[in-house]
Design a protein around this ligand. Structure first.
Ligand SMILES: *Cc1c(COP(=O)(O)O)cnc(C)c1O
Length: 406
């Protein structure tokens, strides 16, 4: 009884949750569109989007409606039985992309785990049991399971968890010569984020992705695009591969897919999909009706020219504000990214302090992200309103002023 009634505060976090996060001091309790309110009723402009997840803002009426309707209809079946929302969403994804087959999972990690397992399985069953090498990139982020942290290119996430899965090699991102130097017949897959998110908001060059495609074709390896962060409208196209005009063999999507409801998907071709058989892989929740109903509603809105075309104009507005802030405070050495995945790298003098700016921003009433210690990251709703951008950036500028004046 006493425990139930005791006030929930930020201090509660340290008492009950594993110490793997350092959440901000306030606790959000309500969100609408691109605004969020905390326990004290203080209001924030949300440029974090739950890390590129709430692509339609908070509590979008169409998503709320889909969740309510499905919530009163059917919650869960497991994959012993299929369900209508999953099959409908699968059809939509197939109609809109290169994919001929899809598999739903619950998180970006799981979609990538599935992709890497499929790439290995396809190579070992169709080609040779020795075709196991995975080529991936420095600073890449692919999730937190042991396989995905091992394919990820940030040792700080995988060190201490060994022995790690073997035969994974990392080379510098955007360096085609480095890939060529390690590519061979034993390679089963090249795994790449078209735009590295966690690693610092760095876009691949078109030549790089095309070069990877050519190498995969030459060596009968699969090209895997991790679009968990950059996909689902984030850059103003449904998926980044469409912008680059380079089609992968396997693509993973999550984050914005459910607009805040946990769901992920792996897209692939019929041929590659057919390497798997009944029982080869699975998930209890993957393709859950609640998740797929919400994702279906989100998809119908995101995959419209109205939303996708709006992304570029909103990006320009963000960039103008960031340039103004830079002129005033001499803060950024680079403003980059694509669409509404925006990175602003701090000048050497301020490097290592991205989190400090993030917390100051929250104090000033705007939620932003960092991507590593040196880059501020903005991943707002794709439908963030002009007035919210102006107001949020005003607050961000105030936060910057505070940090810089000490
Ligand atoms: C967030 C992210 C993941 C991991 O997704 P989770 O849902 O946190 O498991 C994988 N890849 C990329 C590119 C991501 O940004």
């Amino acid at each position: 009884m006493a425990t139930e009634q005791a006030a929930i505060t930020r201090a509660t976090f340290d008492e009950v949750i594993l110490p793997i996060y350092a959440p901000a001091e306030f606790i959000p309790v309500k969100g609408r569109g691109s605004r969020v309110w905390d326990q004290q009723g203080k209001e924030y402009v949300d440029f974090a989007g739950g890390i590129a997840v709430t692509a339609l803002g908070h509590c979008h009426p169409a998503l709320v409606e889909a969740l309510k309707t499905q919530g009163e209809t059917l919650w869960h079946t497991s994959n012993v039985f299929t369900n209508e929302p999953a099959l409908r969403l699968a059809r939509k994804l197939i109609a809109a992309t290169f994919a001929e087959r899809v598999l739903f999972m619950n998180s970006g990690t799981e979609a990538n785990e599935t992709a890497f397992k499929l790439a290995r399985y396809y190579a070992s069953t169709r080609h040779s049991p020795y075709k196991t090498k995975i080529i991936a990139f420095h600073n890449a982020f692919h999730g937190r399971s042991l396989f995905t942290v091992s394919v990820g290119g940030q040792p700080k996430y995988s060190d201490g968890f060994g022995p790690k899965p073997a035969d994974i090699i990392h080379v510098p991102f955007n360096d085609l010569h480095a890939v060529k130097a390690v590519m061979d017949d034993h390679t089963c897959a090249i795994v790449v984020e078209p735009i590295q998110g966690e690693g610092g908001v760095t876009a691949a060059t078109p030549e790089f992705l095309q070069g990877l495609r050519d190498l995969c074709d030459e060596y009968k390896a699969l090209l895997v695009f991790d679009e968990v962060q950059c996909g689902m409208g984030r850059i103003g196209e449904l998926f980044a591969y469409m912008h680059y005009g380079v089609t992968p063999d396997i693509l993973t999507s999550a984050k914005a897919l459910g607009g805040g409801f946990p769901v992920s998907v792996m897209l692939t071709t019929q041929d590659i999909a057919s390497a798997f058989h009944v029982g080869t892989h699975g998930s209890t929740y993957g393709g859950n009706p609640l998740a797929c109903a919400v994702a279906g509603a989100a998809f119908d809105i995101i995959n419209t020219s109205e939303v996708l075309n709006g992304v570029m104009a909103k990006r320009q507005q963000f960039i103008r504000h960031l340039q103004q802030i830079d002129q005033q405070f001499d803060l950024f050495s680079d403003i980059r990214g694509m669409g509404l995945l925006i990175g602003a790298e701090l000048k050497p003098h301020y490097q290592g302090r991205a989190r400090e700016f993030l917390y100051a921003a929250a104090q000033a009433g705007v939620m932003v992200l960092n991507a590593g210690p040196d880059v501020m990251r903005f991943a707002p709703a794709l439908i963030v309103e002009e007035a919210d951008i102006d107001e949020g950036m005003k607050r961000f500028a105030n936060a910057v002023a505070k940090v810089i004046k000490g």
